[in-house]
Design a protein around this ligand. Structure first.
Ligand code: ADP
Length: 327
């Protein structure tokens, strides 16, 4: 681990939603659809990936003081995530999301969040010591869909940036959570100036820039926001990356995918692990570092699609190394 990574109390802090994903789990004997209770929330998933790979991680967010909230806290504690920044509130219930899987394994969601506890994160709830003590601060856009969490997310990112932290951002567009797509575009864009590492899907890139092509779209983002690292994830095709004028494409690994839930989080957690391990600032990564980090991230993402759910599907270091060596 790098000197800076090593001297920080935590390698990785993430702020955002921690929710229940009810994923389809067949039918009962009577023929009724069954749903399995899975922990969800992209920022927490990224931390669990980090913990699985040996990083020290800490979560900032809010869940309901209810059975689901308790379950979520227990789950991430078990996974080695520090929960000192997690608040259990009686103000609202834990948010629930029902996941619907198409035959190809693509996901769609229905959310139960009127309001959900995750939306009620106030800036006063964010412990400055966590921001100060972390090497990387990660956030997404689900925590920006509604106030007060929207302002809290942006203020925390701004503060972490002022403190000189590396900022990681995954816009993670979830249309049903926004009042309108115009609002989503406007607010998601507010997070872009902070990002040192931006992970974005092809669809999100087109949504934000109007460009479908990763080369053109990432160039538009780079020119506007000066983002040091842009990672455009391409599902089974792997990842296109941009670091300034340098770009590259790293093909994906061929695996038997059953559920893509958590693939993007595993990918990003894997990339951040490699970034920390390099001991370099994002802008200092050379072509070799980038190729290696993105290849590792692709392997993490690919393996995560081979099992159902997000956290249960995150691979171990051993499994990733095995896949990397077999290619
Ligand atoms: P997200 O989950 O954020 O929508 P992707 O679906 O693009 O992002 O997945 C993130 C990464 O996971 C990809 O860049 C790729 O490395 C890996 N991945 C995703 N789906 C597959 C797949 N079907 N086969 C192999 N790798 C995959």
């Amino acid at each position: 681990m790098s000197t800076t990574g090593q001297t920080s109390k935590w390698h990785l802090a993430a702020l955002g939603e921690l929710i229940i994903d009810f994923t389809p789990a067949g039918t009962s004997e009577e023929g009724g659809a069954l749903f399995e209770r899975n922990p969800g929330g992209a920022p927490a998933n990224v931390l669990v990936v980090g913990s699985r790979l040996g990083l020290s991680t800490v979560f900032i967010g809010k869940v309901g003081q209810d059975a689901f909230g308790e379950f979520l806290k227990e789950t991430i504690v078990e996974q080695g995530v520090d929960t000192r920044g997690l608040i259990l509130t009686e103000e609202a219930n834990t948010t629930l999301a029902f996941v619907h899987l198409s035959e190809g394994g693509e996901r769609s969601f229905s959310f139960y969040r009127n309001p959900g506890a995750d939306m009620l994160l106030h800036i006063e709830d964010v412990d400055e010591e966590i921001l100060k003590g972390s090497y990387i601060f990660h956030f997404g856009s689900v925590s920006m869909t509604k106030e007060p969490a929207r302002t809290t997310t942006l203020k925390a990112a701004e503060r972490a940036k002022e403190l000189g932290k590396i900022i990681s951002y995954d816009p993670n567009l979830r249309p049903p959570l926004w009042d309108s797509l115009e609002e989503a575009r406007e607010i998601i864009s507010l997070g872009l100036p902070y990002a040192d590492v931006l992970k974005i899907s092809e669809e999100e890139l087109e949504f934000l820039t109007g460009h479908k092509d990763p080369e053109t779209g990432s160039k538009a983002l780079y020119e506007k926001y000066n983002t040091p690292i842009i990672l455009v994830t391409l599902g089974p095709d792997g990842c296109f990356y941009r670091s300034g004028e340098r770009t590259g494409h790293m093909p994906g690994f061929k695996v038997k995918s059953v559920d893509t839930t958590g693939a993007g989080d595993a990918f990003l957690g894997g990339f951040l692990y490699q970034l920390i391990k390099s001991g370099k600032e994002p802008s200092q990564l050379d072509e070799n570092d980038l190729n290696q980090a993105v290849r590792f991230a692709n392997a993490m993402g690919a393996l995560t699609t081979t099992k159902r759910g997000a956290i249960p599907a995150i691979p171990s270091m051993e499994e990733v190394n095995k896949l990397l060596e077999s290619y």
